[in-house]
Design a protein around this ligand. Structure first.
Ligand SMILES: [Zn+2]
Ligand SMILES: [Zn+2]
Length: 261
């Protein structure tokens, strides 16, 4: 009873608002309703990438091309990956507010949409664990949370709720061992050098509370999926993939909330 009162009060005091226009969203009436994460007209303004573009990174490419310019030039450690949204002004606002304005509802929205879009694909890829791109512990202390982990948790939650799939989030296996400069301050070549040695995957760590990590299967996963907010040059995700493959993982995919065109 008390819990019910508190939940109603919270709803009145802190109603969910649309992440783009700020309109107060209707309350979710029954379980089967779509969660009110965004208003209908703003949802129409989002650029969902329903067609995969580049066969490696999913960045939109001209119809006759198989790969984007960057994937043509570079050897990639990740197998391939997809992004939910094109990184336009709307996606930028949603992700910026999540990261710097502490709008955690935005991660819930992204995770929900990712589950709807990528559940089938996650099954086909045979993903055993979601690995959020880690922050260095100093930056984690500054910000208080890792936006990639928040998105991964929401994605995992909605995968189970909407598609009945259990894919856990593993935050133990991959670590950021060097604090790097923010990638957005650097050019493409610098980005690669900046992150190349920043990550380490250590399969010998003891298993975490949920029992995943080192104790999974024969000691390590076969296939994992990296999760991040924005794909820009792919340098960070590729450095993570290199570390995971060095640790013996065979297939490394990625899913991101958005991709820079
Ligand atoms: Zn709106
Ligand atoms: Zn590409």
């Amino acid at each position: 009873m008390l819990r019910k009162i508190i939940s109603v009060l919270l709803q009145i005091l802190f109603p969910r608002v649309c992440p783009l226009c700020g309109m107060i969203l209707p309350k979710r009436l029954k379980e089967a309703d779509q969660p009110p994460f965004i208003c209908a007209s703003c949802r129409e303004e989002l650029s969902f990438l329903s067609e995969p573009g580049c066969l490696k990174c999913s960045r939109p490419v001209p119809e006759e091309e198989e790969y984007c310019e960057e994937c043509k030039k570079k050897k990639r450690y990740f197998n391939r990956g997809r992004a939910l949204l094109l990184h336009d002004d709307n996606a930028r606002k949603i992700l910026y507010d999540l990261k710097f304005q502490n709008r955690r509802d935005n991660a819930d929205f992204i995770g929900y949409e990712m589950a709807r879009q990528f559940a089938e694909l996650s099954g086909r890829w045979k993903i055993e664990a979601l690995i959020p791109v880690p922050l260095h512990k100093r930056r984690l202390r500054q910000r208080g949370f890792n936006q990639a982990e928040t998105i991964a948790n929401a994605f995992s939650y909605w995968l189970e709720k909407e598609a009945g799939m259990k894919i856990p989030v593993d935050t133990r296996l991959l670590r950021r061992i060097y604090a790097t400069r923010p990638q957005r301050e650097l050019g493409p070549e610098e980005r690669m050098q900046n992150v190349q040695k920043a990550f380490r995957a250590d399969p010998l760590l003891p298993a975490n509370k949920s029992g995943y990590g080192a104790s999974c299967g024969n000691g390590i996963y076969q296939t994992v999926c990296l999760i991040d907010d924005i794909y820009t040059s792919g340098a960070t995700l590729d450095a993570c993939a290199a570390a995971l493959k060095k640790a013996g993982i065979r297939h490394v995919f990625f899913l991101t909330a958005s991709i820079v065109p």
